[in-house]
Design a protein around this ligand. Structure first.
Ligand SMILES: Cc1cc2nc3c(=O)[nH]c(=O)nc-3n(C[C@H](O)[C@H](O)[C@H](O)COP(=O)(O)OP(=O)(O)OC[C@H]3O[C@@H](n4cnc5c(N)ncnc54)[C@H](O)[C@@H]3O)c2cc1C
Length: 420
């Protein structure tokens, strides 16, 4: 890393220090590759999110650096969550633990819920201590020019911080100008979700082991209303809906959230004594239900900038971190060989879709199924009585191959005729 005139030079610039960028920078540091990380925010900063962190987060952190995973699993800013409750439009619910027999191993958390202002800061604190990582906060990079020896990145109108990098890992989120202007990926309302979230204190009826709740309420389909319990008696409450549906039905999501809490017969009771903390905020979720090109000359797109959010669950943090990890590996290889051409970046995309692709595909099918409430109701009715199915779903949280069973029509026939 060196500064020449007013331009900072770097082999690798990581644009954005959210989970995707942080994972990339941590992995680069582990491999001894210096990088410059630039974020327009100063941490700790908030990010509109459900705050639900799946098992993928700890899994990939363990691969990057077991000590970071260990520190995260001991952090007290999170509530350990041991499962997911799916509630169908007919209100039949199914509780799926994240791990079979988890009650015997509650000292080994799998998933958790943590406000992003805390979780992202935890990762950034790790970055600050890493050798080879230069972190610049409070600087926005919005304009990009490809020159012979790398990308020139600057603020709006060419001002602000100026960075010259041989390679850019683009991890600046759902509204990335790089994704839009350089990679040419616009927002596709059929593959994009709009979400709002709020924090409430004193919601009653939560699961004793902090299961996160996905309520597929009739008025919210195809999307869901969620309650994710946080430490200290608060909960992240929100709802998300496909953007094409929001536009078609002219839905005001903030209003829908308020109405659900106040008027839905079940929620009205559970929120009776609850208070809203702060305000209801919204943000976009670029879904991975349509594959995008994740690379080009001297760049790779990571996380939301690569449209990698799970179209059924809305999970994007773990996916962003996996993508960040693979982008770092590819960046190291490109620097080693001196080949930063678009073609040389292709293995990055292959890695991302090899690992996340099957899961994104199955989730897209599930998302489509949710558009048929009768089918969803039917499956939940069977599932609620079928221990084998519930255990299978628990295993599926940890095994993508098992998730593929959802693609096979025989799976549904077996469920129908084997209700044991
Ligand atoms: C309502 C809602 C609920 C969600 N719930 C969940 C959930 O429960 N679980 C889950 O896993 N996922 C959830 N997601 C998705 C999740 O929030 C994202 O997938 C995740 O944040 C992606 O991480 P990222 O690192 O790619 O991007 P981000 O977390 O968005 O980080 C991008 C970073 O880039 C910085 N940046 C942006 N522009 C610039 C610029 N021009 N210059 C410099 N820096 C810049 C930003 O300041 C930010 O720090 C939800 C999303 C929404 C909107």
């Amino acid at each position: 890393m060196n500064e020449e005139g007013s331009v900072m030079h770097a082999d690798v610039c990581v644009l954005g220090a959210g989970p995707g960028g942080a994972a990339a920078a941590l992995q680069l540091s582990r491999m001894g590759v210096p990088c410059l990380v630039v974020d327009r925010a100063v941490f700790p900063r908030d990010k509109v999110c459900g705050d639900g962190l799946s098992g993928k987060v700890l899994t990939i952190l363990r691969r990057i650096d077991p000590a970071v995973a260990e520190r995260l699993s001991r952090a007290d800013c999170k509530a350990d969550s041991w499962g997911v409750s799916f509630i169908a439009p007919n209100r039949i619910g199914m509780d799926i633990p994240l791990k079979l027999g988890y009650e015997r191993e509650m000292d080994k958390p799998v998933g958790f819920v943590s406000r992003r202002i805390d979780f992202d800061d935890l990762l950034v604190q790790e970055l600050r201590q890493r050798p080879g990582v230069t972190l610049v906060e409070g600087q926005s990079l919005d304009e990009f020019r490809l020159e012979d020896d790398g990308w020139l990145l600057t603020g709006k109108g060419g001002g602000g911080l100026r960075v010259k990098a041989k390679l850019v890992i683009v991890a600046n989120g759902a509204h990335s100008a790089f994704t839009r202007d350089i990679a040419g990926h616009g927002m596709d309302p059929d593959h994009h979700c709009a979400g709002v979230r709020a924090y409430y204190r004193g919601v009653t009826g939560c699961h004793p082991h902090n299961f996160i709740e996905l309520h597929f309420l009739k008025g919210v389909l195809p999307g869901y209303f969620w309650i994710f319990p946080l430490p200290g008696g608060s909960a992240n409450v929100g709802l998300g809906m496909l953007s094409s549906e929001v536009a078609r039905r002219k839905v005001n999501l903030r209003k829908l959230l308020e109405e659900t809490v106040a008027e839905d017969p079940v929620m009205r009771e559970r929120f009776r004594g609850a208070t809203l903390e702060g305000r209801i905020d919204g943000y976009g979720l670029p879904l991975g239900s349509r594959r995008r090109r994740l690379y080009g000359e001297r760049y790779m797109l990571v996380g939301d900038a690569g449209h990698l959010i799970d179209p059924f669950t809305g999970e994007g943090i773990g996916n962003a971190m996996y993508a960040g990890y693979y982008a770092a590996m590819q960046a190291a290889e490109a620097l080693r060989t001196g080949d930063t051409s678009a073609a040389s970046m292709a293995p990055y995309e292959a890695d991302v879709y090899r690992v996340l692709g099957p899961e994104l595909e199955v989730s897209h099918r599930l998302q489509k199924m949710v558009r048929h409430p009768w089918l969803f109701n039917f499956l939940m009715r069977i599932g609620a009585r079928n221990r084998e199915l519930r255990e299978l779903m628990t295993c599926m949280f940890n095994d993508v191959d098992l998730r593929n069973r959802f693609r096979d029509p025989r799976f549904y026939l077996r469920l129908l005729f084997n209700r044991g």
